[in-house]
Write a protein of this length. Structure first.
Lengths: 544, 224, 102
């Protein structure tokens, strides 16, 4: 359907955001949201790689039943590092800070975010926080699990708890500032005619995400401060020896960390909304419901945190309420899945890489989401809590969901970001490798968990070995799958075909600018007159 | 896409940032941004208030008894000082909206003086706690007649007032920065956002104290 | 171009609010020493909320600000209530189970 511009006359190199200025200083002191997005891209890729290395180490240990590769305390540090790096330094920032930063101003017709310098500050806070956490890691790391439960983390752990907590605190502050920036930008900087009902669903998703970032992150920030105070100054807020309650820590921790998982998934859902409609050239089905469900998720996500605490000693009556609410929170997500499916129905679906990732997302997120309902049932959760069932559940959502969304979005908007086309054949190959590798890694873990294999153990009974070997094999394939795009994205920057302004023929203001865009995005502020995703009107969006 | 207005760059106000259409849009955005930031501060302090609410419900006697050990005169004095500082801050903001440079500086200075007074009193209060072994940790001595959970009260006391004091110190820093800018004549009738933003921040810190004072100092006075 | 966002309260209003705040402070200290039974806490909180409301409406100009500002601020308070109420519901409902013989 789409094709690059052919037979073009030789043109003078056009000035755009990548070549307008050269030099490290022009990047490290930039206030251009597009450059900051690239800076984040480098950062999240780096921390993802570290998290991935630790995943590999975990899976290597789990190839055999005895704990023979690492001591148990070392193994504790491995999975803690994997969790901390992945959750705080990849999953939470990736889509908002890379794709959101790049696209939101363009999608609403603005020249930049509301606070460009705060945007740059966000990046520095994120990088400094990550480097501090890295420092702690190099000097031995932490062994508490990414969940830092007290009193182990505050009294007994020998790891670098406070230093790591500082790193996470800074990353959290970065996340707050990004959310603040997005919220204010979307409220105050929409171009004339860009009403709320015309906003791309990607923007709605990030708006809802910003609400969660602003209201939730401060609570984990204060919780980390209290953990630090308890560890350094022996204050007794969570320490039973001084009358404190460890479960209170869990309440405060999960008050943020549950909504945090929606910070991780909502932006991906925003990406999928764009991919599904753009690559089936059909208006999205149920625009209002998808937008509204994003807001509903943002609100409901704050009401369910106790489902992480069913076995903690929390009151059963509170558990009942949390269980019911956890069932309810699945409904808006299900609405999205139905609506995306309905959008695809009778659409002109093109099976290029972004669509492959979108389809993968819809299937894998559904599995992850449905298994979440298993966990919302109090009785069943008692059986599978702290087993590999939980691990499989959240990896289906985080990897099968968010990372698919991230990669799909990266491919979809790569022409806009880099001005080059990625190699489609290699991209499809890696999408399939990732899909197959992922399922081989994590599907056996559902079974393992249900059969009773606990999480965070480096040794296990011999009867679980076959499934563990399958999982490790899958992880190797998955790792290779991730490395292929790394190679060809770099390759495309040098050797890729030049991308036209709108390679997919999609609607949306970001496609009305050249690829790559000029620094100010739009020479003249656009005026929006069309409804979103209006593929069926007579006026076709121009291709190329 | 139809042509929309495009402000001629060389005619724009030098304080207008390039991505905003005009100063009014810029002010609207920065005001909303500051309120959104204050929302995060509400939840930030809120986590500690949640801990307070839970432990007070569980250990009411310990909390009431420990609260009575705080110096109510210093607490009330500090409350009055902070409220007065909010008044001087509000007047400073008003002066900024009128571009009255000397008035701005005078009231910013007054606000700093009052804020520093507050901090000085806090230092004295903390010193007294050290003396009386009321600081949680290895040197804590459970006060006479109180359950051992009094230590949790003092943990929360130090965390909450400490974080509040840190915010005040940052506030004093921001006020100093404002004075420097005001002396250069930066604030006029058409551009005074920074003063207003710092004002919002300062009033918020005052509001935190408005809640801290009764919750920490007054909860046990009726039951000595 | 003028950036006058909204009307400003007069100096008189500021002084009146200040006076009210001081009076309420004295009131809350006095009420703390009175034996009001279970009403001590609600009274103290009500006074604190009143004082905070005065500061927000007049010193922070919420009264003269767009409605969005009030919505943004209220959301933080609602979320705070969510945090308090649900967390407390755990602690307060634990004794309902017969295994707790406190």
């Amino acid at each position: 359907m789409s094709s690059a511009v052919v037979g073009a006359l030789p043109v003078e190199p056009r000035q755009h955001y990548l070549n307008v200025r050269y030099g490290v200083g022009s990047w490290l002191l930039t206030v251009d949201h597009k450059r900051i997005a690239i800076l984040y891209l480098i950062g999240v890729t780096f921390f993802f790689a570290i998290g991935g290395v630790f995943a590999a180490l975990i899976r290597m240990e789990l190839l055999t039943p005895p704990g023979d590769l690492f001591l148990s305390e070392t193994y504790n540090r491995l999975f803690t590092t994997h969790g901390v790096m992945m959750v705080f330094f990849f999953m939470i920032p990736a889509i908002p800070s890379v794709l959101g930063n790049f696209l939101i101003p363009m999608m609403i017709g603005a020249k930049d975010l509301a606070f460009p310098r705060i945007n740059l500050l966000s990046w520095y806070l994120y990088m400094i926080g990550g480097l501090i956490a890295l420092w702690a890691l190099i000097h031995g790391g932490v062994d508490t699990g990414w969940t830092f439960y007290t009193p182990y983390s505050t009294v007994y752990s020998n790891g670098w708890v406070v230093v790591t907590a500082v790193g996470i605190f800074l990353a959290g502050f970065s996340s707050i500032l990004t959310g603040l920036n997005f919220l204010v930008t979307i409220h105050t900087m929409r171009a004339p005619g860009m009403t709320w009902r015309r906003l791309p669903l990607f923007v709605w998703a990030h708006y809802a995400t910003s609400i969660i970032q602003l209201l939730g992150t401060p609570v984990i920030a204060i919780t980390l401060l209290l953990v630090g105070a308890e560890r350094l100054f022996h204050l007794g807020i969570f320490d039973p020896r001084q009358g404190g309650d460890p479960v209170l820590f869990q309440h405060l921790f999960w008050f943020y960390s549950h909504p945090a998982v929606y910070i991780m998934i909502l932006p991906a859902m925003g990406v999928i909304s764009e991919l599904v409609t753009g690559m089936s050239r059909k208006p999205v089905f149920g625009y209002k419901f998808i937008a509204g469900s994003s807001l509903a998720i943002a609100v409901l996500s704050f009401l369910v945190w106790g489902h992480h605490m069913f076995v903690s000693g929390q009151s059963v009556y509170a558990g009942l309420v949390f269980s019911i609410l956890s069932f309810l929170v699945a409904i808006p997500s299900a609405i999205k899945v139905f609506n995306w499916t309905a959008t695809l129905y009778k659409g002109s679906v093109s099976y290029q890489t972004p669509m492959l990732y979108a389809l993968g997302f819809i299937g894998l997120f559904t599995i992850g989401g449905l298994t979440g309902l298993f966990l919302a049932s109090l009785g069943l959760d008692i059986h599978v809590h702290d087993t590999y069932f939980i691990i499989a559940h959240f990896h289906y959502i985080m990897v099968g969901g968010t990372i698919m969304g991230y990669l799909g979005g990266l491919h979809y908007w790569w022409p806009k970001i880099s001005g080059k086309l990625y190699p489609e054949a290699w991209a499809r190959v890696s999408a399939w490798v990732i899909f197959l590798g992922f399922n081989l890694t994590f599907f056996p873990q559902f079974i393992l968990g249900y059969l009773g294999m606990p999480r965070r153990y480096h040794a296990y009974p011999a009867e679980f070995q076959v499934l563990n070997v399958m999982s490790t094999a899958g992880a190797s394939i998955l790792g290779i799958g991730y490395m292929i795009p790394l190679v060809y994205f770099f390759w495309s920057m040098r050797y890729g075909k030049t991308a036209p302004a709108n390679p997919w023929g999609a609607t949306g203001l970001e496609w009305q600018t050249p690829s790559p865009p000029p620094t100010e995005n739009f020479p003249v502020t656009p005026v929006v007159t069309r409804e979103p995703y209006d593929y069926l009107t007579k006026e076709e969006p121009a291709v190329g | 896409m139809a042509e929309a207005h495009a402000a001629a760059p060389h005619a724009a106000d030098p304080r207008l940032q390039h991505h905003f259409a005009d100063l009014a849009a810029q002010k609207e955005a920065s005001t909303l941004g500051m309120w959104a930031f204050l929302v995060t501060e509400v939840l930030f302090f809120g986590g500690m208030f949640a801990a307070y609410v839970v432990y007070r419900a569980l250990f009411t006697r310990a909390f009431e008894g420990a609260s009575n050990l705080l110096d109510i005169r210093l607490g009330a004095f500090n409350t009055a000082v902070l409220i007065l500082s909010s008044l001087t801050m509000a007047i400073a903001v008003r002066a900024a909206s009128q571009g009255r440079k000397n008035l701005i500086i005078l009231f910013l200075v007054l606000t700093i003086v009052l804020g520093s007074t507050f901090l000085g009193v806090k230092v004295e209060e903390y010193r007294q706690k050290f003396e009386h072994h009321e600081v949680p940790g290895p040197h804590f001595v459970v006060p006479e007649g109180l359950p051992r959970q009094a230590e949790i009260f003092f943990s929360l006391y130090f965390c909450m007032t400490g974080l509040h004091a840190l915010h005040m110190i940052i506030g004093v820093g921001l006020l100093t920065w404002l004075i420097v800018k005001a002396r250069k004549g930066a604030f006029t009738g058409s551009y005074n956002s920074p003063v207003e933003m710092v004002g919002l921040y300062w009033h918020f810190v005052d509001i935190i104290w408005i809640f801290l004072f009764p919750l920490l100092y007054l909860l046990g006075r009726h039951a000595p | 171009m003028s950036a006058k966002g909204h009307a400003h309260p007069t100096l008189k209003v500021y002084f009146a609010v200040f006076a009210a705040l001081m009076i309420f402070t004295a009131l809350t200290v006095w009420a703390a020493f009175e034996h009001l039974g279970i009403w001590n806490t609600p009274v103290a909180l009500a006074i604190a909320v009143t004082k905070a409301t005065l500061v927000v409406l007049f010193f922070m100009h919420l009264r003269y600000s767009p409605r969005l500002t009030a919505v943004v601020l209220s959301s933080s308070l609602v979320w705070l209530v969510i945090l308090f109420v649900i967390t407390l519901s755990d602690y307060l409902s634990r004794p309902w189970l017969p295994i707790y013989n406190r």
